[in-house]
Design a protein around this ligand. Structure first.
Ligand code: PLP
Length: 463
């Protein structure tokens, strides 16, 4: 009988992270200021500890994972690789569907993979408090969990609409000692300005980032820093433990490289974590179809503009080269599936520019229908974000069926949805409509970025 669950022993956990920046055929453009001048590493020091900044700029292919970090990750890592045999059977597909189960972490998602090292490096350099933003609450709870283990206070600005709709995530943050306020808030200049301009705003990740950055840089004494849960290079780096473990597990199952690799993409970190080790294989000649999946309501990679843009709405961060819907983007409240950030990781963006990935956008009704199919075959309740990857895996398994090919499809199940049942309920009771981002909003994004330094799309032409 084939194995449906593949575990690694603790001793087989990867000891190094993989840095795609070392292998990208065309290097990424650097972060810049509004006048186009390069942002030197020191400019990030009010926000991040030096070790993290070093990783942000590093071109080393392999970076050691500190042993103390590994000891903490052992609480749930290595995570299982599972095969979705029941779904395969229900679909009647000859494809094998493999998935890395990141829902087994204490916070219920992949986010602790970077929360732990970020908190650890901060602790080494004397940080006492970390500020951050959170959308649906997964990242805020992951950082609260990390702060609780490492003795760091955590202050979270949570996008207002989620704060109101997801009280359990807020409680979870509080269980681990995190302090959570709805954003925009009255606590920062940025928050007060957003509220003065748009008193009824549902909030956005861009706004919450502005508040968290401001709270860190204006706090006296330099012992308060900021932590970001996605987008930046060091976050992508920490998440590669997912794909590195998966490679070992797939090899045990006799799969050298899967035919298809899928991850949902908000800021890009679980996709990057699962996919970058396979992108390395692709750069070295393997034939792998690598798919980041995003919501049709927030189509950063499929319809966004490749430009230099700010990471936050109040323009406090440096400008980064990325696919973006413009830093002023506010997501439509009708979308329940998460993944609502205006930008995309510069590393993921460059991999897309290079043609190494094939982005896909899917509407939320198809995603929730896929999540229900998953719940009624495999049994687990996936996060609305992860449902995008499930929907894409089902699409690819159906294509394999039409082609009569026994493909290996691998995807990252980034988190469980046990606290997201409201979205499921709304879908099942017909309260969710599909929403494609109107073209006017893309046109507006063009205007938002038009006076930013120009980001040239550079690629090798190999893919
Ligand atoms: C469960 C889950 N999956 C995916 C994401 C998307 O983020 P990223 O693209 O950074 O992995 C999130 C974001 O909070 C999440 O909570």
């Amino acid at each position: 009988m084939a194995d449906y669950k593949i575990y690694l022993n603790d001793s087989e956990i990867p000891r190094q992270w993989y840095n795609l920046a070392a292998d990208l055929p065309t290097p990424m453009l650097p972060p810049v200021g509004p006048d186009g001048s390069l942002v030197p590493p020191q400019a990030w020091e009010p926000l991040f500890p030096k070790a993290i900044i070093e990783q942000e700029y590093s071109k080393e292919r392999w970076i050691d994972i500190p042993d103390e970090v590994i000891q903490i990750l052992y609480r749930w890592r290595p995570s299982p690789l599972r095969r979705a045999v029941h779904l395969e059977k229900a679909l009647g597909t000859p494809a094998r569907i493999w998935y890395k189960d990141e829902s087994v972490s204490p916070a219920g998602s992949h986010k602790p993979n970077t929360a732990i090292p970020q908190a650890w490096y901060n602790k080494q350099e004397g940080t006492e408090t970390l500020t951050t933003e959170t959308g649906a609450g997964q990242w805020g709870s992951a950082l609260s969990f990390a702060g609780s283990l490492l003795g760091i206070n955590v202050k979270i600005f949570m996008v207002k609409i989620s704060f109101d709709q997801k009280p359990f995530r807020k409680m979870l943050m509080e269980v681990w000692g995190g302090k959570c306020v709805p954003s925009p808030s009255q606590e920062t200049n940025a928050g007060r300005n957003f509220l003065a301009m748009h008193p009824d705003t549902p909030g956005s990740l861009g706004m919450a980032i502005s508040e968290a950055v401001e709270a860190a840089v204006t706090s006296p004494g330099g012992k308060t820093k900021y932590a970001l849960g996605s987008v930046l290079n060091h976050v992508m780096l920490h998440q590669t433990i997912i794909g590195l473990e998966a490679k070992k597990q797939l090899a045990i199952a006799g799969v050298k490289n899967p035919d298809v690799v899928i991850g949902c993409a908000g800021g890009g970190s679980n996709f990057a974590g699962a996919a970058f080790p396979f992108i390395q294989e692709k750069i070295n000649g393997a034939n792998i179809d690598i798919i980041p999946v995003e919501p049709a309501s927030c189509p950063t990679l499929t319809r966004g503009i490749f430009a230099y843009d700010y990471g936050d709405s109040a323009k406090m961060t440096p400008l980064m080269p990325m696919f973006t819907l413009g830093h002023e983007y506010v997501p439509a409240p009708i979308h329940a599936g998460g993944l609502r950030y205006h930008g995309m990781s510069p590393l993921v963006s460059q991999a897309v520019v290079e043609g190494l990935c094939r982005p896909m956008a899917i509407h939320q009704s198809e995603c929730f229908a896929a999540a229900l199919k998953w719940a009624n075959t495999e049994g687990f309740i996936v996060a609305p974000e992860s449902s995008h990857a499930v929907a894409a895996a089902i699409r690819e398994a159906n294509i394999a069926k039409e082609e009569g090919k026994a493909k290996d499809i691998f995807f990252c199940l980034s988190g469980h949805g046990n606290m997201d049942l409201l979205g499921y309920h709304k879908h099942m009771t017909g309260q969710l409509a599909d929403y494609a981002l109107p073209q006017e909003e893309i046109d507006f994004a063009e205007k938002v970025v038009q006076n930013h330094p120009k980001a040239e799309m550079r690629k090798s032409g190999r893919w």
